[in-house]
Design a protein around this ligand. Structure first.
Ligand code: C5P
Length: 238
């Protein structure tokens, strides 16, 4: 499906309270294709955060990165699918094939079901950090392996680093969604991210969706920052 820049932009609302998250989402009206609710906001405010933000009419990516035994993850994915406006949910691919299969089956056949993604490797971890937890070798190779496993398990796509997205598309095909965090506009700070790319580069590499948090939400003028990113994405799409 062809998507324009605005549909492809997911803004991460990493706030610890619903009020500032809702305020930021309202400020960004019309500029984001989806809002991402992650562990910070969901742990603090629970499902009501989803219910309230969904009322803005913009889809929700519920980024809770489930990682548990298959039965528990399946139950969590089913519960996420019950919440209004949830279009994307995710699980850690490192949870294994059976766990991913259970997650996919939990919503299979459901009307308007959310798409289920596997997180390959966290974009905050570089090769050295990965080796310390026993994940050895180039991150690209490991991420590619996990993306293939996610596809075999029946997931709809993966969350992956912008540096891995082109290879994942080649290996898994254009219908397999790639959702890409670790986006940093040219000349901006990396924060705690490690394997990063600019919005233009991520789009040219074939990303379906870009997840952008602090470069927008911590900017002096979040609307202007989002517009600048959208311009760069549009130019890369053209
Ligand atoms: O502020 P920033 O743009 O770094 O936010 C990126 C968002 O994407 C965060 O909410 C983070 O939890 C999420 N994310 C990530 N790396 C992954 C998966 C999700 O950075 N592999």
């Amino acid at each position: 499906m062809a998507r324009n820049a605005h549909e492809r932009l997911i803004v991460a609302l990493d706030f610890d309270r619903l009020a500032p998250a809702f305020q930021m989402a309202s400020r960004l009206a019309g500029l984001a294709g989806m809002f991402k609710i992650g562990k910070q906001l969901f742990t603090a405010e629970g499902p009501r955060a989803v219910e309230k933000l969904a009322r803005l009419g913009t889809g929700i990516f519920l980024d809770l990165k489930f990682h548990d035994i298959p039965n528990t993850v399946a139950g969590a994915v089913r519960a996420a699918a019950e919440l209004p406006g949830v279009r994307l949910v995710n699980v850690h691919a490192l949870g294994g094939r059976e766990m991913m299969r259970a997650a996919a089956q939990a919503v299979a056949g459901r009307k308007n079901r959310p798409e289920v993604l596997g997180v390959t490797l966290l974009t905050s971890m570089d090769e050295n950090a990965l080796s310390k937890v026993g994940i050895l070798g180039p991150p690209l190779k490991r991420a590619l392996h996990l993306a293939r496993l996610a596809k075999q398990a029946g997931l709809d796509g993966v969350v992956a680093s912008p540096l891995e997205v082109a290879e994942i598309r080649r290996a898994c095909g254009g219908k397999f969604l790639t959702v890409v965090p670790g986006i940093r506009p040219p000349a901006s700070v990396k924060d705690d991210q490690s394997r990063v790319a600019t919005p233009g580069d991520a789009i040219r590499a074939g990303a379906d969706y870009l997840v952008v948090g602090r470069p927008i939400t911590a900017a002096k003028d979040p609307r202007a920052a989002a517009k600048k990113i959208l311009e760069e994405m549009s130019a890369a799409l053209a």
